[in-house]
Design a protein around this ligand. Structure first.
Ligand SMILES: Cc1ncc(COP(=O)(O)O)c(C=O)c1O
Length: 369
Protein backbone atom coordinates (compact mmCIF):
# COMPACT_ATOMS: atom_id res chain seq x y z
CA UNK A 1 0.00 0.00 0.00
CA UNK A 2 2.89 2.29 0.87
CA UNK A 3 4.18 5.15 -1.25
CA UNK A 4 7.72 5.09 0.00
CA UNK A 5 10.83 3.04 -0.75
CA UNK A 6 11.34 0.02 1.50
CA UNK A 7 15.08 0.78 1.47
CA UNK A 8 16.73 2.75 4.28
CA UNK A 9 18.48 6.05 3.68
CA UNK A 10 22.05 4.99 2.72
CA UNK A 11 24.55 5.04 5.63
CA UNK A 12 26.78 7.66 3.97
CA UNK A 13 23.86 10.12 3.84
CA UNK A 14 22.93 9.43 7.45
CA UNK A 15 26.57 9.96 8.45
CA UNK A 16 26.61 13.29 6.60
CA UNK A 17 23.68 14.45 8.73
CA UNK A 18 25.48 13.40 11.90
CA UNK A 19 28.60 15.28 10.86
CA UNK A 20 26.51 18.35 10.04
CA UNK A 21 24.89 18.31 13.48
CA UNK A 22 28.31 18.07 15.16
CA UNK A 23 29.52 20.95 12.99
CA UNK A 24 26.67 23.18 14.17
CA UNK A 25 23.80 22.62 11.69
CA UNK A 26 21.36 22.96 14.56
CA UNK A 27 20.11 26.50 14.01
CA UNK A 28 17.71 28.36 11.73
CA UNK A 29 18.79 28.59 8.12
CA UNK A 30 17.66 31.18 5.59
CA UNK A 31 14.05 30.52 4.54
CA UNK A 32 14.94 29.72 0.95
CA UNK A 33 17.25 26.94 2.12
CA UNK A 34 21.01 26.80 2.68
CA UNK A 35 23.16 28.05 -0.15
CA UNK A 36 24.97 24.68 -0.05
CA UNK A 37 21.74 22.80 -0.80
CA UNK A 38 20.49 25.27 -3.42
CA UNK A 39 23.85 24.98 -5.19
CA UNK A 40 23.55 21.19 -5.09
CA UNK A 41 20.03 21.44 -6.56
CA UNK A 42 21.20 23.81 -9.31
CA UNK A 43 24.02 21.37 -10.16
CA UNK A 44 21.55 18.48 -10.15
CA UNK A 45 19.13 20.27 -12.50
CA UNK A 46 22.00 20.90 -14.89
CA UNK A 47 23.39 17.37 -14.62
CA UNK A 48 20.13 15.46 -14.96
CA UNK A 49 18.00 17.72 -17.15
CA UNK A 50 20.35 20.28 -18.75
CA UNK A 51 18.35 23.04 -17.02
CA UNK A 52 20.14 26.18 -15.90
CA UNK A 53 18.89 27.76 -12.65
CA UNK A 54 20.61 30.18 -10.30
CA UNK A 55 20.31 29.64 -6.57
CA UNK A 56 17.91 32.62 -6.36
CA UNK A 57 15.50 30.70 -8.63
CA UNK A 58 15.36 27.73 -6.25
CA UNK A 59 13.60 27.30 -2.92
CA UNK A 60 13.93 24.42 -0.48
CA UNK A 61 10.63 23.12 0.91
CA UNK A 62 9.43 20.53 3.42
CA UNK A 63 9.14 17.85 0.75
CA UNK A 64 7.74 18.19 -2.75
CA UNK A 65 4.33 18.19 -1.09
CA UNK A 66 4.96 21.51 0.61
CA UNK A 67 6.31 23.00 -2.65
CA UNK A 68 3.09 22.06 -4.49
CA UNK A 69 0.81 23.23 -1.69
CA UNK A 70 2.67 26.53 -1.26
CA UNK A 71 2.74 27.24 -5.00
CA UNK A 72 -1.02 26.75 -5.16
CA UNK A 73 -1.45 28.89 -2.04
CA UNK A 74 0.69 31.69 -3.45
CA UNK A 75 -1.11 31.86 -6.79
CA UNK A 76 -4.73 30.68 -6.68
CA UNK A 77 -7.69 33.04 -6.43
CA UNK A 78 -11.09 31.54 -5.58
CA UNK A 79 -12.45 29.76 -8.64
CA UNK A 80 -9.12 29.46 -10.44
CA UNK A 81 -8.94 26.16 -12.26
CA UNK A 82 -6.12 23.63 -12.00
CA UNK A 83 -5.91 20.95 -14.69
CA UNK A 84 -5.11 17.54 -13.23
CA UNK A 85 -4.67 14.58 -15.58
CA UNK A 86 -6.12 11.41 -14.05
CA UNK A 87 -5.00 8.98 -12.73
CA UNK A 88 -3.41 11.56 -10.42
CA UNK A 89 -1.53 11.58 -7.14
CA UNK A 90 -4.31 11.62 -4.54
CA UNK A 91 -3.20 14.88 -2.94
CA UNK A 92 -3.49 17.20 -5.97
CA UNK A 93 -7.27 17.79 -6.00
CA UNK A 94 -7.41 18.25 -2.22
CA UNK A 95 -4.48 20.65 -2.26
CA UNK A 96 -6.24 22.71 -4.94
CA UNK A 97 -9.50 22.72 -2.93
CA UNK A 98 -7.66 23.69 0.26
CA UNK A 99 -6.32 26.73 -1.58
CA UNK A 100 -9.76 27.82 -2.88
CA UNK A 101 -9.11 26.57 -6.41
CA UNK A 102 -11.22 24.30 -8.59
CA UNK A 103 -9.65 20.99 -9.64
CA UNK A 104 -10.46 20.10 -13.23
CA UNK A 105 -9.83 16.39 -13.69
CA UNK A 106 -8.86 15.20 -17.17
CA UNK A 107 -9.36 11.43 -17.45
CA UNK A 108 -6.49 9.76 -19.34
CA UNK A 109 -7.60 6.28 -20.32
CA UNK A 110 -5.42 3.19 -20.24
CA UNK A 111 -5.70 3.06 -24.05
CA UNK A 112 -3.85 6.39 -24.24
CA UNK A 113 -1.15 5.11 -21.89
CA UNK A 114 -2.70 7.06 -18.99
CA UNK A 115 -1.21 10.21 -20.55
CA UNK A 116 -2.75 13.56 -21.41
CA UNK A 117 -3.40 14.16 -25.11
CA UNK A 118 -2.85 17.61 -26.67
CA UNK A 119 -6.48 17.85 -27.86
CA UNK A 120 -7.70 17.08 -24.34
CA UNK A 121 -5.51 19.81 -22.94
CA UNK A 122 -6.66 22.31 -25.55
CA UNK A 123 -10.32 21.54 -24.84
CA UNK A 124 -9.89 21.91 -21.08
CA UNK A 125 -8.23 25.32 -21.01
CA UNK A 126 -10.53 28.20 -20.08
CA UNK A 127 -10.02 31.83 -19.07
CA UNK A 128 -9.87 30.59 -15.45
CA UNK A 129 -7.12 28.00 -16.00
CA UNK A 130 -4.19 28.85 -13.76
CA UNK A 131 -2.10 25.67 -13.66
CA UNK A 132 -1.55 22.35 -15.36
CA UNK A 133 0.04 19.71 -13.13
CA UNK A 134 2.20 17.11 -14.87
CA UNK A 135 3.64 14.14 -12.95
CA UNK A 136 6.10 11.97 -14.90
CA UNK A 137 6.91 9.21 -14.02
CA UNK A 138 3.42 9.07 -12.60
CA UNK A 139 2.05 7.91 -9.31
CA UNK A 140 -0.05 5.71 -9.66
CA UNK A 141 0.49 4.49 -13.26
CA UNK A 142 4.25 4.78 -13.80
CA UNK A 143 3.56 6.41 -17.18
CA UNK A 144 6.38 8.61 -18.52
CA UNK A 145 5.97 11.33 -21.16
CA UNK A 146 8.41 11.13 -24.06
CA UNK A 147 10.09 14.21 -25.48
CA UNK A 148 7.75 14.09 -28.49
CA UNK A 149 4.68 13.91 -26.25
CA UNK A 150 5.94 16.86 -24.23
CA UNK A 151 6.58 18.81 -27.44
CA UNK A 152 2.97 18.25 -28.55
CA UNK A 153 1.61 19.39 -25.18
CA UNK A 154 3.95 22.39 -25.23
CA UNK A 155 2.57 23.48 -28.60
CA UNK A 156 -0.85 23.76 -26.98
CA UNK A 157 0.56 25.58 -23.94
CA UNK A 158 2.40 28.03 -26.19
CA UNK A 159 -1.01 29.16 -27.49
CA UNK A 160 -2.15 29.86 -23.90
CA UNK A 161 0.44 32.09 -22.25
CA UNK A 162 -1.52 32.52 -19.00
CA UNK A 163 -1.45 28.84 -18.08
CA UNK A 164 1.33 27.93 -15.67
CA UNK A 165 2.83 24.46 -15.45
CA UNK A 166 3.85 22.53 -12.38
CA UNK A 167 6.06 19.51 -13.09
CA UNK A 168 6.15 17.01 -10.24
CA UNK A 169 9.41 15.20 -10.97
CA UNK A 170 9.63 13.24 -7.73
CA UNK A 171 9.98 9.80 -9.46
CA UNK A 172 12.45 11.10 -12.05
CA UNK A 173 15.12 8.50 -11.32
CA UNK A 174 12.84 5.51 -10.86
CA UNK A 175 12.40 4.34 -14.43
CA UNK A 176 13.10 0.93 -15.85
CA UNK A 177 14.60 1.48 -19.30
CA UNK A 178 17.86 2.98 -18.06
CA UNK A 179 17.20 6.16 -20.02
CA UNK A 180 17.29 9.67 -18.65
CA UNK A 181 13.91 11.24 -17.84
CA UNK A 182 13.27 14.08 -20.22
CA UNK A 183 12.13 17.30 -18.59
CA UNK A 184 9.32 19.31 -20.17
CA UNK A 185 11.53 22.41 -20.05
CA UNK A 186 14.40 20.72 -21.85
CA UNK A 187 12.00 20.08 -24.73
CA UNK A 188 10.09 23.37 -24.45
CA UNK A 189 12.38 26.08 -23.02
CA UNK A 190 9.78 28.67 -24.08
CA UNK A 191 7.74 27.61 -21.02
CA UNK A 192 10.49 28.39 -18.52
CA UNK A 193 9.02 31.67 -17.25
CA UNK A 194 5.76 29.98 -16.24
CA UNK A 195 6.93 26.56 -15.13
CA UNK A 196 7.67 25.43 -11.60
CA UNK A 197 9.83 22.31 -11.50
CA UNK A 198 9.24 20.41 -8.28
CA UNK A 199 11.28 17.55 -6.91
CA UNK A 200 12.86 16.23 -3.73
CA UNK A 201 15.02 13.57 -2.14
CA UNK A 202 12.20 11.38 -0.77
CA UNK A 203 11.92 8.70 -3.43
CA UNK A 204 15.33 8.67 -5.16
CA UNK A 205 17.35 8.48 -1.94
CA UNK A 206 14.80 6.81 0.35
CA UNK A 207 14.60 9.97 2.44
CA UNK A 208 10.83 10.33 2.89
CA UNK A 209 11.14 11.13 6.59
CA UNK A 210 13.68 13.90 6.16
CA UNK A 211 11.13 16.19 4.50
CA UNK A 212 13.33 17.92 1.97
CA UNK A 213 12.07 18.96 -1.46
CA UNK A 214 12.37 21.99 -3.68
CA UNK A 215 10.92 24.12 -6.43
CA UNK A 216 12.82 25.80 -9.26
CA UNK A 217 11.11 28.49 -11.25
CA UNK A 218 10.87 32.13 -12.25
CA UNK A 219 12.25 34.50 -9.65
CA UNK A 220 8.93 36.31 -8.91
CA UNK A 221 7.22 33.01 -8.09
CA UNK A 222 10.14 31.88 -5.95
CA UNK A 223 9.99 35.17 -4.02
CA UNK A 224 6.24 34.62 -3.42
CA UNK A 225 6.95 31.09 -2.15
CA UNK A 226 9.72 32.39 0.08
CA UNK A 227 7.36 34.94 1.65
CA UNK A 228 4.77 32.26 2.30
CA UNK A 229 7.25 29.72 3.64
CA UNK A 230 9.14 32.19 5.82
CA UNK A 231 5.86 32.96 7.63
CA UNK A 232 4.78 29.32 7.87
CA UNK A 233 7.51 26.70 8.22
CA UNK A 234 10.34 29.27 8.60
CA UNK A 235 12.94 26.96 7.15
CA UNK A 236 13.46 23.25 6.59
CA UNK A 237 15.47 21.19 9.06
CA UNK A 238 19.15 22.21 8.94
CA UNK A 239 20.57 18.66 9.32
CA UNK A 240 18.07 17.47 6.72
CA UNK A 241 19.28 20.09 4.27
CA UNK A 242 22.90 19.06 4.87
CA UNK A 243 21.98 15.41 4.25
CA UNK A 244 20.08 16.30 1.07
CA UNK A 245 23.04 18.30 -0.27
CA UNK A 246 25.31 15.34 0.44
CA UNK A 247 22.87 12.99 -1.31
CA UNK A 248 22.68 15.16 -4.42
CA UNK A 249 26.43 15.72 -4.64
CA UNK A 250 27.54 12.23 -3.65
CA UNK A 251 27.73 8.75 -5.14
CA UNK A 252 24.57 7.94 -7.10
CA UNK A 253 25.37 4.31 -7.97
CA UNK A 254 23.02 2.77 -5.41
CA UNK A 255 20.06 4.40 -7.19
CA UNK A 256 20.59 2.18 -10.26
CA UNK A 257 20.89 -0.86 -7.99
CA UNK A 258 17.59 -0.06 -6.30
CA UNK A 259 15.92 0.57 -9.66
CA UNK A 260 17.02 -2.86 -10.88
CA UNK A 261 15.47 -4.38 -7.76
CA UNK A 262 12.20 -2.46 -8.38
CA UNK A 263 12.35 -3.69 -11.95
CA UNK A 264 12.60 -7.36 -10.98
CA UNK A 265 9.67 -6.88 -8.62
CA UNK A 266 7.67 -5.12 -11.32
CA UNK A 267 8.32 -7.87 -13.86
CA UNK A 268 7.50 -10.77 -11.55
CA UNK A 269 4.48 -9.14 -9.95
CA UNK A 270 2.96 -7.98 -13.24
CA UNK A 271 3.49 -11.42 -14.76
CA UNK A 272 1.85 -13.08 -11.76
CA UNK A 273 -1.13 -10.68 -11.70
CA UNK A 274 -1.67 -10.99 -15.46
CA UNK A 275 -2.08 -14.74 -14.98
CA UNK A 276 -5.08 -14.16 -12.69
CA UNK A 277 -8.34 -14.25 -14.67
CA UNK A 278 -10.14 -10.90 -14.37
CA UNK A 279 -7.00 -8.83 -13.71
CA UNK A 280 -4.88 -7.05 -16.31
CA UNK A 281 -1.76 -5.11 -15.56
CA UNK A 282 0.08 -2.79 -17.90
CA UNK A 283 3.86 -2.61 -17.39
CA UNK A 284 4.66 0.68 -15.68
CA UNK A 285 7.66 2.53 -17.15
CA UNK A 286 8.66 4.04 -13.82
CA UNK A 287 7.79 4.76 -10.16
CA UNK A 288 7.06 1.80 -7.87
CA UNK A 289 3.41 0.97 -8.39
CA UNK A 290 1.30 -1.28 -10.58
CA UNK A 291 -2.06 0.14 -11.66
CA UNK A 292 -4.11 -2.99 -12.13
CA UNK A 293 -7.24 -3.10 -14.27
CA UNK A 294 -9.90 -5.03 -12.34
CA UNK A 295 -12.82 -4.57 -14.75
CA UNK A 296 -12.98 -8.37 -15.01
CA UNK A 297 -13.99 -8.64 -11.35
CA UNK A 298 -16.79 -6.08 -11.38
CA UNK A 299 -20.21 -7.72 -11.03
CA UNK A 300 -18.81 -10.95 -9.58
CA UNK A 301 -19.98 -12.31 -6.24
CA UNK A 302 -17.98 -13.01 -3.09
CA UNK A 303 -18.45 -16.25 -1.07
CA UNK A 304 -20.63 -14.15 1.29
CA UNK A 305 -22.98 -13.31 -1.58
CA UNK A 306 -21.96 -9.65 -1.91
CA UNK A 307 -21.53 -8.22 -5.41
CA UNK A 308 -18.32 -6.38 -6.30
CA UNK A 309 -19.90 -3.23 -7.73
CA UNK A 310 -16.77 -1.11 -8.15
CA UNK A 311 -13.03 -0.98 -7.48
CA UNK A 312 -13.58 0.13 -3.87
CA UNK A 313 -15.49 -3.14 -3.31
CA UNK A 314 -12.66 -5.10 -4.95
CA UNK A 315 -10.14 -3.44 -2.64
CA UNK A 316 -12.19 -4.26 0.47
CA UNK A 317 -12.61 -7.84 -0.70
CA UNK A 318 -8.85 -8.25 -1.29
CA UNK A 319 -8.17 -6.84 2.16
CA UNK A 320 -10.66 -9.19 3.85
CA UNK A 321 -10.15 -12.31 1.76
CA UNK A 322 -6.45 -12.04 0.81
CA UNK A 323 -5.00 -9.81 3.53
CA UNK A 324 -3.57 -7.58 0.79
CA UNK A 325 -3.83 -3.79 1.08
CA UNK A 326 -4.18 -2.00 -2.25
CA UNK A 327 -5.76 1.37 -3.08
CA UNK A 328 -8.88 1.76 -5.23
CA UNK A 329 -8.58 3.53 -8.58
CA UNK A 330 -11.43 5.83 -7.50
CA UNK A 331 -8.89 7.53 -5.17
CA UNK A 332 -6.78 8.38 -8.24
CA UNK A 333 -9.65 9.52 -10.44
CA UNK A 334 -9.80 6.56 -12.85
CA UNK A 335 -11.74 3.33 -12.29
CA UNK A 336 -11.96 0.35 -12.25
CA UNK A 337 -8.37 -0.17 -11.13
CA UNK A 338 -6.36 -0.67 -7.99
CA UNK A 339 -2.84 0.46 -7.18
CA UNK A 340 -0.40 -2.04 -5.78
CA UNK A 341 2.93 -0.85 -4.38
CA UNK A 342 6.06 -2.83 -5.25
CA UNK A 343 8.07 -1.10 -2.53
CA UNK A 344 8.28 -4.34 -0.60
CA UNK A 345 10.15 -7.64 -0.89
CA UNK A 346 9.64 -10.17 -3.69
CA UNK A 347 8.56 -12.67 -1.01
CA UNK A 348 5.81 -10.33 0.20
CA UNK A 349 4.77 -9.58 -3.37
CA UNK A 350 4.62 -13.22 -4.46
CA UNK A 351 2.78 -14.22 -1.27
CA UNK A 352 0.30 -11.38 -1.82
CA UNK A 353 -0.24 -12.39 -5.47
CA UNK A 354 -0.88 -16.00 -4.42
CA UNK A 355 -3.47 -14.84 -1.91
CA UNK A 356 -5.08 -12.51 -4.49
CA UNK A 357 -5.28 -15.45 -6.94
CA UNK A 358 -6.93 -17.57 -4.25
CA UNK A 359 -9.43 -14.85 -3.35
CA UNK A 360 -10.31 -14.24 -7.02
CA UNK A 361 -10.78 -17.99 -7.56
CA UNK A 362 -13.41 -17.98 -4.80
CA UNK A 363 -15.58 -15.42 -6.65
CA UNK A 364 -18.60 -16.63 -8.56
CA UNK A 365 -20.64 -15.28 -11.45
CA UNK A 366 -19.27 -13.35 -14.38
CA UNK A 367 -18.12 -9.78 -14.77
CA UNK A 368 -20.45 -7.08 -16.06
CA UNK A 369 -17.85 -4.93 -17.82
C1 LIG B 1 3.54 12.16 -7.18
C2 LIG B 1 4.04 12.53 -5.84
N1 LIG B 1 4.43 13.80 -5.62
C3 LIG B 1 4.89 14.18 -4.42
C4 LIG B 1 4.98 13.30 -3.37
C5 LIG B 1 5.46 13.80 -2.03
O1 LIG B 1 6.84 13.82 -1.97
P1 LIG B 1 7.57 14.46 -0.72
O2 LIG B 1 7.90 13.34 0.22
O3 LIG B 1 8.80 15.08 -1.30
O4 LIG B 1 6.66 15.47 -0.11
C6 LIG B 1 4.57 11.98 -3.54
C7 LIG B 1 4.62 11.01 -2.42
O5 LIG B 1 3.95 10.01 -2.39
C8 LIG B 1 4.12 11.58 -4.82
O6 LIG B 1 3.72 10.32 -5.05
Amino acid sequence: MVGEPDFDTPPAIRAAAERAIEAGATRYTVSAGTLELREAIAAKLLRDSALVYTTSEIIVTAGAKSAIFSALGATLEPGDEVLIPAPYWVSYPDMVLANDGTPVVLPCAEAQGFKLLPAQLEAAITARTRWLIINSPSNPTGAIYTGAEYRALAEVLERHPDVMVMTDDIYEHIRFDGARTEHLLAVAPSLRERTLAINGVSKTYAMTGWRIGWAAGPRDLIVALETLLSQSVGNCSAPGQAAAAFALNGDQSFVAEWVSIYRQRRDRTAQRLNAIPGLRCRMPDGAFYLYVNCAGLIGRRTPDGATLANDADVVMYLLDAAGVAVVAGSAYGLSPFFRLSIATSIENLMGGCDRIAGAVARLSGSSVI
